[in-house]
Design a protein around this ligand. Structure first.
Ligand code: COA
Length: 203
C-alpha cells in the first residue's frame, strides 16, 4: 500500500468489483476517462477482466481510497512500456465518486503516480493521454509538470463528433527539478511525514 497525503493506493481486490461495476458503467466517468461511454460491462465480464489483470505483469492497477475513511473513490493504472533501453510508464486514473471531482484529489493521485514511477520504480519517463474535451484532466497533468507532446487526430467519436486525443509526457530530470515544490503543494502539512517515510530529499 502506498499512502500519499489524503489518499492510499492499494491493490484491487475481488470485493472491489462491486464498486467498479458502478463506475465502469457510469456514462460520464467513462466518457472522460476512456471516451467510449457506451462500453457497458456486466459483472461476469468484469470478473473476466479481473482475472486478466491478476496475470498481467506489465500493468499495475490500484484502488484509490481515502486514508481517513478507507472509502474507495477511484482507480489508477501504471503500465510499464519499455522501449529499447528507455524505461517508460503510461499512467491514467479516474475518480469514480463524481462528487469529489475538482477538489484536488486528481493532482494528489497524479503526483502519487509520479512518485511511484520515478522514486520507487526508477523509470526514465512517464506518459499520459486524454481526449481533447477533457480540459480538467489536461489542467491536472500540466499542473503536475507534464508537457503536451502531440495529438492523435480524430481518434475518438463521442456525442456525435470526432475528437483528437492529446498526449503528454514528463522526463525524470524534469520531474526531479519540480519535485519538492509539487510535493509541498499537494501534501501540505503531510509533507514532513511523507519525506520521513519515503525520501532522501536534500534540497
Ligand atoms: C480528471 C480527474 C482525475 C481530475 O481529478 P480532480 O480531483 O477532479 O482534479 P483537481 O481537483 O486536482 O484539479 C482539477 C483542475 O481542473 C479545473 N476544473 C474543474 N472543473 C473543470 C471543468 N469543468 N473544466 C475545466 N477545468 C476544470 C480545476 O479548477 C482544477 O484546476 P486548477 O488546479 O488550475 O484550479 C477527475 O476529474 C476525473 O476522474 N474525471 C473523470 C475521468 C477522467 O477524466 N480521467 C482522466 C483521464 S486521462
Amino acid at each position: 500500500m502506498f499512502e500519499f497525503g489524503d489518499i492510499r493506493l492499494r491493490p484491487i481486490e475481488r470485493e472491489d468489483l462491486k464498486v467498479l461495476h458502478e463506475w465502469e458503467n457510469d456514462f460520464e466517468v467513462i466518457m472522460y476517462s476512456r471516451n467510449m461511454p457506451i462500453n457497458f460491462v456486466n459483472m461476469p465480464q468484469l470478473e473476466k477482466r479481473y482475472e486478466e489483470w491478476v496475470k498481467d505483469e506489465r500493468e499495475q492497477r490500484f484502488i484509490i481510497e481515502l486514508v481517513d475513511s478507507k472509502e474507495a473513490i477511484g482507480i489508477a493504472r501504471l503500465e510499464h512500456k519499455d522501449w529499447a533501453n528507455v524505461r517508460s510508464a503510461d499512467v491514467g486514473t479516474y475518480i469514480g465518486k463524481k462528487e469529489l471531482w475538482g477538489k484536488g484529489y486528481g493532482r494528489q493521485i497524479t503526483v502519487a503516480l509520479l512518485e511511484i514511477v520515478f522514486n520507487q520504480l526508477n523509470m526514465d519517463r512517464c506518459e499520459a493521454s486524454s481526449v481533447e474535451y477533457n480540459t480538467r484532466a489536461h489542467k491536472v497533468l500540466e499542473a503536475c509538470g507534464f508537457r503536451k507532446t502531440g495529438i492523435m487526430r480524430q481518434s475518438a467519436f463521442v456525442n456525435g463528433r470526432k475528437w483528437n486525443r492529446v498526449y503528454f509526457d514528463i522526463l525524470r530530470e524534469e520531474y526531479l527539478k519540480i519535485r519538492v515544490e509539487l510535493l509541498k503543494k499537494v501534501l501540505g502539512s503531510k509533507l514532513d511525514a511523507y519525506i520521513e517515510k519515503h525520501c532522501s530529499i536534500k534540497e
